[in-house]
Design a protein around this ligand. Structure first.
Ligand SMILES: C[S@@+](CC[C@H](N)C(=O)[O-])C[C@H]1O[C@@H](n2cnc3c(N)ncnc32)[C@H](O)[C@@H]1O
Length: 441
């Protein structure tokens, strides 16, 4: 954690602490796409918004009345309202002293009530946020018995969903909650001990029901060395799972699909194509977000096109889009037709082989360069196989120029996003010069 980040974040949090209408918001973002998230916040919340950025997350202040704007962000995964940022000095000899420090941090958190009230409003939780001890005692046994009865409901096979949507609660509900602790650094305490200490303190103060699986409120207690950030999660499910109902082996996160599309700088009237669309994450995000563009998705695999179609059909509304089965090496477009290609290339590690990629990437790139608009066309390509991409770019260097390259992390793997711009050279001129080179040699 840099000193600059620490100071900027403290300053930001101080401002919201001194203004009863302001909330400090933390959102997680896909690593490598932080600047995309910053740009989106400025576009959708305010051009003057001060955003503090760290690896995989951003922070900013927003008026609680404007929270609906935060909800419109598409590059962010999880959203939290920050209740406290503290710096603690740990006792290296005695872990219990440190656990007491964490409990104290709940008691002394001056912003907690403000943030809880905002959480209730934002999530539209209809139940009791401040139940009395009697309220709690009246419902806790019934709650436990009900949970025991429904315990199989928590175990949806293959589901990673945790917690439940607070707005589906009832007026008489006593809030159910859990504390999750995430930790970076070496400490003499375990994350589970911290979660237990902080959760116990909250339970004593607020008489909420502890529920580790179907909680309504998740309190994230994030320890990064000596820094402790306490946040209240307002998104019951990570936003990257939106849109897609039928997942495939390589389904792309909706947040990344959005980031790739925005890198292509879409304009009204553009024709935007994902030529290797798999289950349709990019065309679907494009169709939902870029209402003034025409989106086309294609794939050579029959099952992929069928899955994309099912995913589109599962959405509400109608879209300016099309799905076609094709081979990216022979696209059914005339030269200089498409405004932007945005795609997630087949990769070596999880699909296909590196050797294939070396040959295939060159062919893909030349076909995309042929069909994308001369001088104005853009290509945004996500790949795990940089080496094959570098080789392909060498072959297509007179047609495509690298404008930007981002290193991104995808499920722990290093990947790269290339933003390429089409040069002025027509494809016919390119072919002619390539033929002349072949003849003279
Ligand atoms: C990484 S996956 C795309 C995943 C997709 N973004 C999603 O979210 O489901 C790459 C896709 O490229 C397709 N593909 C591979 N070679 C192709 C070719 N020659 N023409 C068209 N599609 C191809 C594969 O069938 C696969 O669906």
């Amino acid at each position: 954690m840099s000193e600059e980040f620490k100071c900027d974040l403290e300053r930001l949090f101080d401002i919201s602490t001194n203004d009863s209408d302001l909330l400090t918001v933390q959102t997680t973002v896909d690593t490598g796409f932080e600047w995309q998230a910053v740009d989106e916040c400025k576009e959708k919340i305010s051009p003057h918004l001060r955003v503090v950025k760290d690896r995989g997350k951003i922070f900013f202040n927003v008026n609680s009345k404007d929270f609906s704007k935060v909800r419109k962000l598409r590059s962010v995964d999880n959203i939290y309202v920050v209740a406290s940022i503290q710096y603690l000095t740990y006792n290296t000899e005695n872990a219990d002293t440190n656990l007491t420090l964490f409990k104290e941090s709940v008691k002394t958190c001056s912003q907690l009530k403000k943030c809880l009230n905002a959480w209730k409003e934002i999530t539209r939780f209809p139940g009791k946020l401040y139940p009395t001890l009697e309220d709690y005692q009246n419902v806790v046994e019934i709650y436990k018995a009900k949970k025991e009865q429904n315990k199989n409901d928590d175990k949806v096979p293959g589901s990673k969903k945790r917690g439940c949507d607070p707005k589906l609660g009832e007026e008489n509900d006593v809030l159910s909650f859990r504390v999750s602790c995430e930790r970076t650094g070496t400490h003499n305490f375990e994350s589970s001990q911290v979660a237990c200490a902080v959760g116990g303190q909250m339970q004593d103060l607020y008489h909420w029901i502890v529920d580790l699986t179907s909680y309504q409120l998740e309190v994230l207690y994030k320890i990064t060395h000596g820094q402790v950030i306490m946040g209240l999660r307002v998104t019951p499910e990570s936003l990257h799972r939106r849109n897609i109902k039928y997942f495939g082996p390589t389904t792309l996160r909706a947040t990344i699909a959005y980031n790739l599309l925005s890198l292509a700088d879409p304009k009204p009237g553009d024709i935007i194509v994902d030529p290797m669309c798999g289950g349709g994450s990019i065309p679907i995000e494009g169709a939902l977000e870029l209402r003034h563009s025409f989106i086309i998705g294609g794939d050579n695999h029959e099952k992929a096109v069928a899955r994309s179609r099912l995913n589109f059909e599962a959405l509400e509304g109608s879209f300016k889009s099309d799905l076609i089965r094709w081979d990216v090496m022979q696209l059914p477009f005339k030269n200089s037709y498409v405004d932007a290609f945005v795609t997630d290339m087949p990769f070596g590690k999880r699909m296909g082989s590196m050797f294939d990629n070396r040959v295939l990437y060159k062919k893909y790139l030349l076909e995309l360069a042929r069909t994308v608009r001369v001088q104005h066309g853009r290509l945004v390509l996500l790949t795990y196989d940089r080496r094959s991409m570098v080789g392909a770019l060498q072959v297509a260097k007179n047609l495509l120029k690298v404008k930007k390259m981002l290193g991104v992390s995808m499920g722990g793997l290093n990947a790269a996003v290339y933003l390429l711009k089409r040069t002025k050279l027509t494809y016919e001129q390119f072919q002619l010069s390539a033929n002349n080179v072949t003849k003279s040699s």
